[in-house]
Design a protein around this ligand. Structure first.
Ligand code: A2P
Length: 282
């Protein structure tokens, strides 16, 4: 009788070289400041669209001990909860400890991914409503790239508005292509529903390059331009729910604007009218 040895079995399994290693499957560079990438998804990872996880690489060896420590940052998962892979959308900071290295990853490379998703940009943190607003600047679009591919977003609301402000037109491209895919890809149309996608309004703006709609989203809200463009009377706690993801400045300014419309901030344990999260890697 032949006996299958444990060595033979182990040889068939790829041994990860990093703790919590996942393999990069694709990388796309959008501008010299922005890139997105996809990695394998741990079989056991469950998350709610809009949540974030810690990801990273091994840091440089310590000069004396030679020991390496993981260098991790919070990243919103940009893919929806049903996707087989995980997608991330990142800034490239040339002297940033993590992104100066992460920007060079290639398919086949490994990254570290701690499989513990958390976050407040989730449907559970909002009370039922009629209209859902997503407000993002820069890579703050990432959690909304996840939520916009989740059927629940369109099942729960009569109208969904995604406002994205970037410095220039090229920085809007990741979001623009995602919206285009929702509206044209057969699989997305079937999953989300062609009728449901009519509920979606995309409102991109730039601040440093001429485009059809110029200005910070906060300014366009305060001066009434956005309401006039969308033919909406205003924002009310009776009907409107909002999720905000951007720089500290954007988050603070939008909180003030939303609270000016009597919306209250919610949390997983206490759902209310709006939720906020920092676009982490700045
Ligand atoms: P601006 O060009 O006026 O600074 P960044 O690339 O620096 O993260 O910025 C992304 C976008 O967010 C830019 O268009 C920037 O506009 C805008 N922005 C920065 N701060 C705020 C804020 N407090 N409110 C609204 N938009 C902001």
């Amino acid at each position: 009788m032949t006996e299958q040895t444990p060595v033979t079995q182990a040889a068939a399994v790829k041994v990860p070289t990093l703790p919590d290693a996942q393999t990069v499957t694709s990388v796309q560079h959008w501008t010299d400041r922005l890139f997105s990438f996809r990695v394998t998804r741990p079989a056991s990872l469950r998350f709610r669209s809009g949540e974030f996880v810690m990801i990273g690489l091994m840091g440089d060896p310590h000069p004396e001990t030679g020991k390496q420590k993981p260098l991790l940052r919070a990243y919103s998962i940009a893919s929806p909860s049903w996707d087989e892979e995980l997608e991330f959308y990142s800034i490239k900071v040339q002297d940033g400890p993590l992104t100066s290295k992460l920007q060079h990853i290639k398919p086949g490379d490994e990254i570290i991914l701690r499989p513990k998703p958390v976050g407040t940009l989730v449907h559970d943190a909002l009370l039922p409503g009629k209209r859902l607003w997503f407000f993002a600047t820069g890579t703050g679009f990432a959690p909304f790239a996840s939520l916009l591919r989740d059927p629940q977003t369109f099942e729960d609301y009569e109208q969904v508005i995604i406002a994205h402000t970037c410095r220039d037109v090229a920085e809007l491209e990741y979001g623009r292509q995602l919206i285009e895919t929702l509206r044209s890809d057969e699989m997305m149309l079937e999953l989300l529903g062609e009728e449901n996608l009519k509920k979606l309004t995309y409102y991109p703006t730039t601040t440093r390059e001429t485009s059809p709609k110029m200005g910070r989203i906060t300014t366009l809200l305060k001066d009434g331009t956005m309401f006039a463009d969308l033919e909406i009377d205003g924002i009310s706690p009776d009907t409107d729910r909002a999720m905000v993801c951007g720089s500290m400045g954007l988050n603070t300014d939008l909180k003030e604007i939303l609270e000016g419309f009597d919306l209250e901030e919610g949390a997983n344990s206490d759902p209310k009218h709006y939720v906020v999260e920092k676009a982490f890697v700045g």
